[in-house]
Write a protein that binds this ligand. Structure first.
Ligand code: SF4
Length: 458
């Protein structure tokens, strides 16, 4: 198949990426912007970039993703895109009437040096932004970082460009959920609701990118954090940011500018990270943990105990985003699996150090690489085969060539459904993750079992 000619021999590469384990910054910025109510994302660059970003999000979520573009021509590429962006702002407010336009840049507009802040000011002075409407912007050059960096930059822009303190506490907490599925954002709100907490979750793509089929098209679906809530984030009692890479910058910006104390937690994926999240909520809000949450925790523990024999010391290779991989690796360690090859396309040596420290006690060698690619992961697997691969859809080529049980996880997932509707965070999400892992492992056992060992009950 496609990757059959990947060689076992690993040669150091510096200036070449083969099969990247990431996508580009504006995709994350566009996804974050869709998590604001009545907001139209705008791509300041060429039509091709915008088409790629929209189609990737549309394929992953299977929902129409709306976004506008500055439609750079050769002229704007040389002389700058100011005229295009001002015209676009005018057209968008006149034609589509969003409350907010969230502009992100692209490689092209960054390379020619467009100052979007100055262009935005000019659009305001020229009367192109109607009363009560807002334009925010984030710088998202895709030759640095990844889609996670783009998400972080746009989320920080929300915090910096909306938040305004009134001096009176709103009695609420901010939760920045990170680059997770709409279903995960719903789950975070369900859990906080069970604890009697009513947080401001931003961005919030639930009910935007996993909405129902009603037979009627809505350009701006009912979900998304409201502008009023974003303004009020400066009056909150604190912020819990889930994920260092995607969420911490926005939380720290609120802390620095408006003295809203922040704490950065891992995404609540698996048992231990969810325990820490629940504990952080409990302490921050001064509320007890309800029995209903303890019950869900016990159910996750029960599945782990029941099926531990099928998980014990199975080797796992993983590719994904740093904020996902850190708690995911912790979860695999909790259930006595062996995460041995771990790659993220997002740069950052802190990720490598963290994974190395988490896996230092394992009885086997562990490979970890930030700013790595799927080609390297495939080579590692060829040298040290694994029992399970966890990655986004692009992992399917490796899984097929090496005949490895495969769980799709992360972004993008282009060939399966369910991720938008069924969460993989908190305790019930942990059960779903375990179910997916066990399904592929037990299917493999069934497939390979000799007739006399083909069991009905596992
Ligand atoms: S040119 Fe840059 S911003 Fe546009 S699609 Fe390619 S990587 Fe993304």
């Amino acid at each position: 198949m496609l990757l059959r000619h990947t060689k076992k021999e690993i040669k150091p590469r510096k200036a070449l990426t083969v099969n990247p384990a990431k996508t580009c910054q504006p995709i994350g910025a566009m996804y974050a912007a869709l998590g604001i109510h009545n907001c139209l994302p705008h791509s300041h660059g060429s039509q091709g970039c915008c088409a790629y970003h929209r189609s990737t999000l549309t394929r992953h979520y299977r929902e129409p993703v709306m976004a506008a573009t500055s439609s750079f021509t050769e002229g704007s590429s040389v002389f700058g895109g100011q005229a295009n962006l001002i015209q676009a702002i005018d057209n968008i407010f006149t034609t589509y009437d969003p409350d907010i336009i969230a502009v992100h840049t692209t490689c092209l507009s960054e390379t020619i040096g467009d100052d979007v802040n100055q262009i935005k000011d000019k659009a305001l002075k020229d009367g192109k932004v109607p009363e009560g409407k807002t334009v925010i912007h984030a710088s998202t050059p895709s030759y640095v970082g990844s889609h996670v960096t783009g998400f972080s930059n746009m989320t920080k822009a929300m915090a910096m460009q909306f938040a305004q303190a009134t001096g009176t506490s709103n009695g609420r907490f901010n939760i920045i959920p990170g680059y997770v599925e709409p279903s995960d954002m719903t789950e975070i709100k369900r859990i906080t609701g069970m604890m009697g907490i009513n947080p401001i979750v931003f961005p919030d793509t639930s009910n935007v990118l996993n909405g129902p089929q009603t037979g009627k098209y809505k350009m701006f679906p009912p979900g998304g954090v409201s502008k009023e809530a974003l303004i009020s984030t400066a009056d909150s009692m604190g912020t819990i940011a889930l994920g260092e890479t995607a969420s911490a910058d926005a939380a720290r910006a609120l802390d620095a500018r408006w003295k809203v104390p922040c704490q950065v937690q891992d995404l609540p994926i698996g048992l231990s990270a969810t325990d820490r999240f629940i504990d952080a909520l409990r302490i921050a809000a001064g509320v007890p943990v309800p029995d209903s949450i303890t019950l869900e925790r016990g159910q996750l523990l029960d599945v782990i105990t029941d099926m531990h024999q099928y998980l014990y010391h199975k080797k796992v290779a993983l590719a994904g985003d740093p904020d996902h991989l850190i708690p995911l690796v912790e979860f695999l360690l909790d259930i006595d699996m062996l995460p041995v090859h771990i790659v993220t396309g997002t740069p950052g040596k802190a990720f490598e150090r963290k994974i190395a420290a988490m896996t230092a006690h394992l009885p086997c060698k562990v490979n970890v690489r930030a700013a790595g690619d799927l080609f390297l992961l495939h080579q590692w697997i060829k040298n040290d085969p694994v029992d399970l691969l966890i990655a986004n859809t692009y992992g399917k080529y490796m899984a097929r060539d090496e005949d490895i049980p495969f769980v799709r996880y992360g972004f993008p997932i282009l060939d399966r459904v369910g991720h938008s509707y069924f969460s993989s965070v908190c305790y019930t999400g942990g059960i779903r993750l375990l179910e997916k892992i066990l399904d592929v492992l037990l299917d493999r056992m069934d497939r390979d079992a000799p007739e006399e060992e083909f069991e009905l009950v596992m």
